[in-house]
Design a protein around this ligand. Structure first.
Ligand code: C2O
Ligand code: CU
Ligand code: CU
Length: 554
């Protein structure tokens, strides 16, 4: 059963439109709930009596003090969950960690989530990668006050894959995720079940994040404007919220490791220290059609990769480290130029990410299937604009992070961001930054005049040149897309040489890491739900500074 645009959401928007608020006013409009008690879920958490959930749960965002490092506890914000109805498996607490509970659902199930905001600022939860109605997507306009509840009710329509959830208020997503608000949402389906992939203790989350702590073990966020322009980089890697970064596994067994880069802006080039390849079986919103062996894996912010780890020939008592290999990005993205922006763990340097320890042994029940799922990719010839894709250019414009020259407006959306329900489209996502890098004198950008020649700004010379050279992990809500191609002709060749074997274009994805100068063509279908959704850079600091826009499905 498909829910088409529910009347509630429609009414809410209709109310705002007829009330005659322009986009500028809406940006200042603090809470939808305060003006529209009848139709807003925020003001009156009304459940749909016709919606019979298979899984019904309560999720709250709360402040807690938890031990992360030895010594004083750390103040964090966490998601905590409580199952009201449904299989016990559906909600698994992340014990001893600030990470939210892992939510496990099956395609076709109906889930209700009663989200309660108990942190001292407004927020809303977004289900990253999920195909849900607009009012269930966690749009920034749906933020609720501290003390309020938001009811999500939707059917799981996604393929089996590794999804996640996190806050999505405009301007505060970075700090809220940083403070701890994030969790995994795992979807399974029949096709996956038939593959007999590792389950239970053999299906392990590996959430990779970076954090910085002060002397009292408290989290330290952005320290300077330059920090926020570049995006937050911490000096410590945490795995599943733990500073120890050790996975205790059984020798003799095979594992499915669900990697999520939950960092605000850090990019990883992951490689096993012993030189064995990384076997990837899934990415973002799907399994791959067949396992893929890579010498190393590039994992940008918000990206997930499911990795097969076979310990069947490993004895008890060994350590196997996943490290970050070096790549020449920090130099280009500003490590040199920013005072106060340095970190002891620069982007693209070499460091340990996590270590697998075989602390006991078991017998293996799982073997790696040579074929995984039918990919059923979108036939490019069905796109209405295959040879004339919509172009979205991610760039800095006068110290603002922009998309096609525009920054965030709460409900603002323009024609080139409006698509038709039922259509299949190709979008070309462009990281324009490399084009500016080498040309510190000039006005910029042939068409569109996105970067008006502002001499004053560019005469910052190398500094601005470097600043422009930023990667942008671009994410589109509501859809899973196929990547048709990456054009790297404008990517620095030294950088590209160092990372080119770590990208995956297969599978169904929702986020694509655009290196400086990279262009990616992605194809997607807009189906089932009308409404306003967002697309944005998933460098959370860029997103918070406005590198986010709406698109509208009509
Ligand atoms: Cu992971 Cu718009 O979000
Ligand atoms: Cu998302
Ligand atoms: Cu960005």
């Amino acid at each position: 059963m498909k829910k088409l645009e529910p009347p509630k959401a429609f009414n809410r928007r209709a109310f705002l439109e007829t009330a005659g608020y322009g986009a500028a006013t809406l940006m200042l409009w603090p809470f939808i709930s305060s003006c529209d008690g009848q139709s807003s879920k925020a003001a009156s958490p009304v459940m749909d009596p016709d919606f019979i959930p298979d899984i019904d749960l309560e999720l709250s965002a709360v402040e807690r003090d938890i031990p992360i490092l030895s010594g004083p506890k750390t103040k964090v914000w966490v998601f905590e969950g409580d199952l009201i109805t449904g299989d016990k498996e559906a909600l698994q607490a992340s014990k001893g960690s600030y990470l939210g509970p892992t939510i496990k659902v099956r395609k076709g199930q109906k889930i209700r989530i009663r989200f309660q905001n108990n942190i001292p600022e407004e927020t809303i939860v977004h289900w990253h990668g999920m195909h849900v109605p607009a009012e269930d997507d966690g749009h920034p306009q749906d933020v609720i006050h501290s003390g309020e509840t938001y009811i999500y009710e939707y059917e799981v329509m996604n393929r089996a894959g590794t999804y996640w959830y996190h806050p999505h208020p405009h301007g505060r997503t970075g700090p809220q995720v940083y403070n701890g608000l994030a969790g995994l949402l795992l979807v399974t389906d029949e096709e996956e079940q038939q593959l007999n992939l590792p389950k239970g203790e053999f299906d392990r989350p590996v959430v990779i994040q970076d954090r910085s702590f002060d002397e009292d073990n408290q989290l330290v966020y952005i320290q300077s404007r330059m920090d926020s322009m570049r995006g937050f980089l911490g000096d410590k890697i945490l795995i599943n919220g733990n500073a120890e970064k050790v996975l205790n596994l059984k020798s003799g067994c095979a594992y499915r490791l669900r990697l999520l880069n939950g960092s605000n802006s850090r990019i990883y080039k992951l490689a096993w220290e012993d030189g064995s390849p990384i076997t990837v079986i899934g990415i973002d919103g799907s399994l791959l059609s067949a396992p893929k062996e890579l010498p190393y894996l590039m994992l940008g912010p918000a990206k997930r990769a499911d990795v097969w780890l076979d310990l069947s020939d490993k004895p008890e008592g060994i350590r196997l480290t996943m490290k970050n290999e070096s790549f020449p990005l920090e130099v280009m993205s500003g490590g040199m130029m920013m005072e106060g922006g340095e970190t002891s763990l620069p982007q693209g340097s070499e460091y340990e990410v996590f270590t697998v320890k075989t602390t006991s042994s078991g017998s293996n029940e799982y073997s790696l299937p040579q074929q995984l799922v039918k990919s059923n990719y979108i036939d490019p010839s069905t796109a209405e604009n295959l040879n004339n894709p919509r172009q979205f250019s991610f760039a800095m414009d006068h110290m603002d992070w922009t998309i096609n020259g525009r920054t965030w407006q709460t409900t603002g959306v323009v024609d080139e961001e409006t698509v038709k329900l039922g259509s299949t489209e190709v979008w070309e996502l462009i990281n324009s930054s490399a084009m500016m890098g080498n040309d510190s004198g000039g006005g910029m950008m042939g068409d569109g005049g996105m970067m008006g020649g502002d001499e004053g700004m560019m005469s910052g010379g190398d500094m601005m040149g470097n600043m422009m050279q930023m990667p942008h992990p671009v994410h589109i809500h509501q859809v899973q897309f196929n990547i048709l191609e990456r054009d790297v002709s404008d990517v620095d060749s030294q950088l590209w040489e160092a990372v080119k074997e770590g990208f995956i274009n297969d599978g169904w994805q929702d986020t694509v890491l655009l290196l400086p100068g990279m262009k990616a063509r992605v194809i997607m279908e807009f189906k089932d739900f009308k409404g306003l959704f967002v697309y944005h850079c998933h460098n959370l600091e860029h997103e918070d500074m406005g590198m986010m826009r709406n698109f509208k499905i009509t």
